[in-house]
Design a protein around this ligand. Structure first.
Ligand SMILES: Nc1ncnc2c1ncn2[C@@H]1O[C@H](COP(=O)(O)OP(=O)(O)OP(=O)(O)O)[C@@H](O)[C@H]1O
Ligand SMILES: [Mg+2]
Length: 145
Protein backbone atom coordinates (compact mmCIF):
# COMPACT_ATOMS: atom_id res chain seq x y z
CA UNK A 1 0.00 0.00 0.00
CA UNK A 2 2.66 2.49 1.00
CA UNK A 3 4.54 2.18 -2.28
CA UNK A 4 1.78 4.21 -3.97
CA UNK A 5 1.70 6.81 -1.21
CA UNK A 6 4.54 9.30 -1.18
CA UNK A 7 2.96 12.25 0.61
CA UNK A 8 0.59 12.18 3.57
CA UNK A 9 -1.04 15.23 5.13
CA UNK A 10 -2.64 15.34 8.56
CA UNK A 11 -5.38 17.95 9.07
CA UNK A 12 -4.81 19.05 12.63
CA UNK A 13 -7.08 21.24 14.78
CA UNK A 14 -5.80 20.12 18.18
CA UNK A 15 -8.93 18.01 18.86
CA UNK A 16 -8.61 14.54 20.39
CA UNK A 17 -9.44 12.88 17.06
CA UNK A 18 -6.93 15.00 15.15
CA UNK A 19 -4.29 13.93 17.70
CA UNK A 20 -5.24 10.34 16.96
CA UNK A 21 -5.04 11.10 13.23
CA UNK A 22 -1.47 12.37 13.77
CA UNK A 23 -0.52 9.24 15.73
CA UNK A 24 -1.97 7.07 12.97
CA UNK A 25 -0.13 8.97 10.24
CA UNK A 26 3.13 8.66 12.18
CA UNK A 27 2.62 4.87 12.37
CA UNK A 28 1.99 4.80 8.61
CA UNK A 29 5.04 6.95 7.87
CA UNK A 30 7.26 4.79 10.07
CA UNK A 31 6.61 1.87 7.74
CA UNK A 32 8.39 3.61 4.90
CA UNK A 33 10.82 6.42 5.49
CA UNK A 34 10.40 7.66 1.92
CA UNK A 35 6.87 8.80 2.82
CA UNK A 36 6.77 12.56 3.42
CA UNK A 37 4.50 13.72 6.23
CA UNK A 38 2.96 17.20 6.35
CA UNK A 39 0.72 18.53 9.12
CA UNK A 40 -1.51 21.51 8.44
CA UNK A 41 -3.72 23.61 10.65
CA UNK A 42 -6.05 26.23 9.26
CA UNK A 43 -6.93 29.35 11.24
CA UNK A 44 -10.52 30.09 10.31
CA UNK A 45 -11.15 33.50 8.86
CA UNK A 46 -13.32 35.48 11.31
CA UNK A 47 -16.87 36.13 10.20
CA UNK A 48 -17.14 39.87 9.53
CA UNK A 49 -19.33 41.69 12.02
CA UNK A 50 -19.25 45.08 13.64
CA UNK A 51 -17.37 43.43 16.52
CA UNK A 52 -14.37 42.19 14.63
CA UNK A 53 -13.56 44.80 12.06
CA UNK A 54 -10.10 46.30 11.88
CA UNK A 55 -7.98 46.35 14.99
CA UNK A 56 -10.15 43.91 16.95
CA UNK A 57 -10.04 41.37 14.13
CA UNK A 58 -6.26 41.79 13.92
CA UNK A 59 -5.89 41.20 17.66
CA UNK A 60 -8.07 38.08 17.48
CA UNK A 61 -6.10 36.78 14.53
CA UNK A 62 -2.79 37.44 16.30
CA UNK A 63 -4.04 35.49 19.33
CA UNK A 64 -5.20 32.57 17.15
CA UNK A 65 -1.86 32.55 15.37
CA UNK A 66 -0.04 32.40 18.70
CA UNK A 67 -2.14 29.39 19.76
CA UNK A 68 -1.54 27.69 16.39
CA UNK A 69 2.23 28.23 16.65
CA UNK A 70 2.34 26.64 20.12
CA UNK A 71 0.20 23.75 18.89
CA UNK A 72 2.46 23.15 15.91
CA UNK A 73 5.57 23.30 18.09
CA UNK A 74 4.20 20.31 20.01
CA UNK A 75 3.48 18.54 16.71
CA UNK A 76 7.04 19.22 15.53
CA UNK A 77 8.41 17.63 18.72
CA UNK A 78 6.53 14.44 17.84
CA UNK A 79 7.67 14.56 14.21
CA UNK A 80 11.32 14.71 15.29
CA UNK A 81 11.03 11.07 16.37
CA UNK A 82 10.70 9.73 12.84
CA UNK A 83 13.33 9.77 10.09
CA UNK A 84 10.86 10.83 7.38
CA UNK A 85 10.84 14.25 5.74
CA UNK A 86 8.23 16.29 7.65
CA UNK A 87 6.86 19.82 7.54
CA UNK A 88 4.16 21.80 9.35
CA UNK A 89 2.00 24.57 7.91
CA UNK A 90 -0.25 27.23 9.43
CA UNK A 91 -2.72 28.50 6.84
CA UNK A 92 -5.41 31.21 7.07
CA UNK A 93 -8.85 30.75 5.59
CA UNK A 94 -11.76 28.36 5.38
CA UNK A 95 -10.52 25.04 6.88
CA UNK A 96 -12.44 22.68 4.57
CA UNK A 97 -11.46 24.56 1.44
CA UNK A 98 -7.83 25.08 2.44
CA UNK A 99 -7.32 21.40 3.28
CA UNK A 100 -8.80 20.43 -0.10
CA UNK A 101 -6.61 23.02 -1.88
CA UNK A 102 -3.46 22.02 -0.01
CA UNK A 103 -3.90 18.40 -1.05
CA UNK A 104 -4.57 19.40 -4.64
CA UNK A 105 -1.61 21.78 -4.94
CA UNK A 106 0.98 19.67 -3.14
CA UNK A 107 0.61 16.24 -4.74
CA UNK A 108 -0.82 14.75 -1.57
CA UNK A 109 -1.74 11.07 -1.85
CA UNK A 110 -3.50 10.66 1.48
CA UNK A 111 -5.25 13.01 3.92
CA UNK A 112 -5.55 11.72 7.50
CA UNK A 113 -8.12 13.46 9.69
CA UNK A 114 -10.68 12.95 12.45
CA UNK A 115 -14.37 12.33 11.86
CA UNK A 116 -15.09 15.25 14.19
CA UNK A 117 -13.08 18.07 15.64
CA UNK A 118 -13.45 20.88 18.11
CA UNK A 119 -17.10 21.62 17.22
CA UNK A 120 -19.85 20.49 19.51
CA UNK A 121 -22.46 18.45 17.63
CA UNK A 122 -21.60 14.92 18.68
CA UNK A 123 -24.67 13.34 17.04
CA UNK A 124 -23.24 13.92 13.59
CA UNK A 125 -20.90 11.24 12.35
CA UNK A 126 -18.84 13.72 10.33
CA UNK A 127 -18.16 17.36 11.11
CA UNK A 128 -18.47 19.93 8.32
CA UNK A 129 -14.74 19.92 7.56
CA UNK A 130 -14.35 16.13 7.27
CA UNK A 131 -17.65 15.94 5.34
CA UNK A 132 -16.40 18.49 2.79
CA UNK A 133 -12.94 16.94 2.44
CA UNK A 134 -14.26 13.38 1.97
CA UNK A 135 -16.55 14.63 -0.78
CA UNK A 136 -14.22 17.02 -2.58
CA UNK A 137 -10.67 15.74 -2.22
CA UNK A 138 -9.27 13.95 -5.27
CA UNK A 139 -6.93 11.81 -3.15
CA UNK A 140 -7.64 9.13 -0.57
CA UNK A 141 -8.96 10.23 2.83
CA UNK A 142 -8.32 8.27 6.01
CA UNK A 143 -10.89 9.12 8.69
CA UNK A 144 -10.08 8.33 12.32
CA UNK A 145 -13.41 7.81 14.08
N1 LIG B 1 -9.06 24.30 11.30
C1 LIG B 1 -8.66 23.08 10.98
N2 LIG B 1 -7.41 22.86 10.54
C2 LIG B 1 -6.99 21.62 10.22
N3 LIG B 1 -7.77 20.53 10.33
C3 LIG B 1 -9.02 20.67 10.75
C4 LIG B 1 -9.55 21.95 11.09
N4 LIG B 1 -10.83 21.79 11.49
C5 LIG B 1 -11.10 20.48 11.40
N5 LIG B 1 -10.01 19.80 10.97
C6 LIG B 1 -9.91 18.34 10.73
O1 LIG B 1 -11.20 17.84 10.46
C7 LIG B 1 -11.57 16.87 11.43
C8 LIG B 1 -13.06 16.96 11.64
O2 LIG B 1 -13.37 18.21 12.20
P1 LIG B 1 -14.70 19.03 11.85
O3 LIG B 1 -14.34 20.48 12.01
O4 LIG B 1 -15.23 18.54 10.55
O5 LIG B 1 -15.70 18.54 13.00
P2 LIG B 1 -16.39 19.40 14.16
O6 LIG B 1 -15.44 20.46 14.64
O7 LIG B 1 -16.85 18.38 15.17
O8 LIG B 1 -17.64 20.03 13.42
P3 LIG B 1 -17.87 21.53 12.87
O9 LIG B 1 -16.54 22.18 12.68
O10 LIG B 1 -18.62 21.30 11.60
O11 LIG B 1 -18.68 22.17 13.95
C9 LIG B 1 -10.70 17.16 12.65
O12 LIG B 1 -10.50 16.01 13.48
C10 LIG B 1 -9.40 17.58 11.96
O13 LIG B 1 -8.70 16.43 11.52
MG1 LIG C 1 -14.60 21.96 13.43
Amino acid sequence: MLSVISKVVVAYDGSELSKQALERAIILAKQDEKVELNVITVIPRPVASIYNYGAIADTAHEANLEVARDMMKEVEEKLKNIPNKTETFIIDGNPAQKIEEFAENNNVDLIVMGSRGLGGVKELFLGSVSHHVVQKAKCEVFIVK
